[in-house]
Design a binder for this molecule. Structure first.
Ligand SMILES: *Cc1c(COP(=O)(O)O)cnc(C)c1O
Length: 357
C-alpha cells in the first residue's frame, strides 16, 4: 500500500447535497430554470470542436466579463467553478504553516480546501443574528497576523443568507494588515436586494488604484444556472490574478463552459427576470415561515436559513418524509433553496404541517 499523506485521515471530504430520485431537491442552491435563451444552440455548435483543447486564456469570456465590469482581461481569472478559485487562492496565498480565517458558519468547502493542502483554519463565530462578525474576525487576525494568508468573507453568506455592510468591509480593510488577502466570495451577489455593497467597489481604493489585497469571486453556477458546467471567475489586481493563474490546472475550464458562460452574459435581461422571480419568492417564503413562528433568517441569497438548533435534524427528517431534500447542519440549522412557486408551495405545505404537529 502506498503511503498516504498522514494528515489526510483527518480530512472530512466535502459533502454535496443529497439527491433522491423523485424527490424535490432544495439542497444545493441550484437554479430551477433551464439554459438562458440561445445557450443550448451555442453549446450544440461547440460540440463540433470537442477534440480541440479549450482556450486556456478564456479570451472571449474575459472580454464579455471585462465589458460587464469595466475591467481588463489581466484583472480577471477564470476557474473550474469558483470553489476551484477558492482552492487556487489558498494555494497561491498561504504558506504551508499558515491558516485561512473566516466566520463560522460559512461555506462548508473552506475548511476542506484548506486541509487538503495542509493549511489550517481560524474561525470566529457569527453574531446572534447569524451575521459574520467582521470586528471579531479582524481581532482574531491581528492577534497573529503572520499566521494568516487569506481571509474569506462570504457575502451573502452561505448558509445564513446575511450580508456584510459597506462600513464593515471598509473598516475591516482599514484594520487588517495589507499583506493578507481578503477574498469576497460573492457566489450569491446577483440575488442581493438590500443596500449591501457590490464587492467590485472594493477592487479599487479612493485613488482609483487597484487594492493589492482584495479579490472578488463570482460564479455562473447559481444565478446563471450553469452549475454542471463548472465556471467561476475572480476579479482583482493583476498580480493577484497572475498568482491565481500560476496555480491553475491547465485547461481546467472546458470549452462548453466557456461558450455557455459567454453566451449567458449576452442574456442579461432574461437572467435578471429569472433572478427577480427567485427574490420575490424568497420574500414570500420568508413571510410565510415567519407567520408560522419558525426561526427563519431574512436572506439576500437564493436560500433561507432556519436556525432550528437541536431541532434541525428532526425538521430535515420530516421534510425527507415528504420527499423534500434540504441541507441540514446538525444542531445548527437547515438551509432551504428558494425555487419556483410550485416547488416552494410544496415546501411551505410541509413546513405548515411541521409547525402544527
Ligand atoms: C456555490 C458556491 C460557490 C461556487 O460554486 P461553484 O459551483 O464552484 O462555482 C462558491 N462559494 C459559495 C459560498 C457557494 O455557495
Amino acid at each position: 500500500m502506498a503511503t498516504i499523506r498522514r494528515d489526510l485521515s483527518e480530512l472530512t471530504p466535502y459533502k454535496p447535497g443529497a439527491s433522491i430520485p423523485g424527490a424535490l431537491k432544495l439542497a444545493s442552491n441550484e437554479s430551477p430554470f433551464g439554459l438562458l435563451p440561445g445557450v443550448a444552440e451555442v453549446l450544440d455548435a461547440s460540440t463540433e470542436s470537442l477534440n480541440i483543447y479549450p482556450d486556456n486564456s478564456g479570451a472571449a469570456l474575459k472580454e464579455a466579463l471585462g465589458a460587464k465590469f469595466g475591467l481588463a482581461p489581466e484583472n480577471i481569472a477564470l476557474g473550474n467553478g469558483s470553489v476551484t478559485l477558492c482552492q487556487q487562492v489558498i494555494q497561491a496565498f498561504c504558506e504551508r504553516d499558515q491558516s485561512i480565517a473566516f466566520g463560522w458558519r460559512s461555506f462548508e468547502a473552506y475548511p476542506v480546501l484548506a486541509r487538503a493542502v495542509g493549511v489550517g483554519t481560524i474561525t470566529v463565530p457569527n453574531t446572534a443574528d447569524h451575521r459574520q462578525d467582521t470586528r471579531a474576525l479582524a481581532a482574531a487576525i491581528n492577534a497573529k497576523p503572520e499566521q494568516i494568508g487569506a481571509v474569506f468573507l462570504c457575502t451573502p453568506n452561505n448558509p445564513t443568507g446575511t450580508t456584510i455592510t459597506r462600513e464593515e468591509i471598509l473598516e475591516f480593510l482599514e484594520v487588517i494588515p495589507e499583506n493578507i488577502l481578503v477574498v469576497l466570495d460573492e457566489a450569491y451577489r446577483e440575488f442581493a436586494r438590500d443596500d449591501s455593497p457590490d464587492g467590485t467597489e472594493f477592487l479599487r481604493d479612493e485613488q482609483g488604484e487597484f487594492r493589492s489585497n482584495v479579490v472578488v469571486l463570482r460564479t455562473f453556477s447559481k444565478a446563471y444556472g450553469l452549475a454542471a458546467l463548472r465556471v467561476g471567475y475572480a476579479l482583482g489586481h493583476r498580480e493577484i490574478i497572475a498568482a491565481l493563474n500560476a496555480v491553475q490546472v491547465p485547461f481546467s475550464v472546458n470549452s462548453l463552459a466557456l461558450a455557455a458562460a459567454t453566451s449567458s452574459l449576452s442574456q442579461e435581461q432574461e437572467a435578471s427576470a429569472r433572478i427577480d422571480t427567485i427574490t420575490a419568492e424568497r420574500e414570500r417564503v420568508l413571510q410565510e415561515l415567519t407567520a408560522l413562528d419558525l426561526p427563519v433568517v431574512p436572506s439576500q441569497a437564493n436560500f433561507l436559513w432556519l436556525a432550528l438548533g437541536e431541532q434541525s435534524q428532526a425538521f430535515d427528517d420530516f421534510l425527507r418524509s415528504k420527499m423534500i431534500i434540504a441541507r441540514c447542519f446538525a444542531d445548527s440549522g437547515v438551509r432551504v433553496t428558494v425555487s419556483l412557486p410550485e416547488h416552494n408551495d410544496l415546501f411551505l405545505e410541509a413546513a405548515r404541517q411541521w409547525a402544527k404537529r
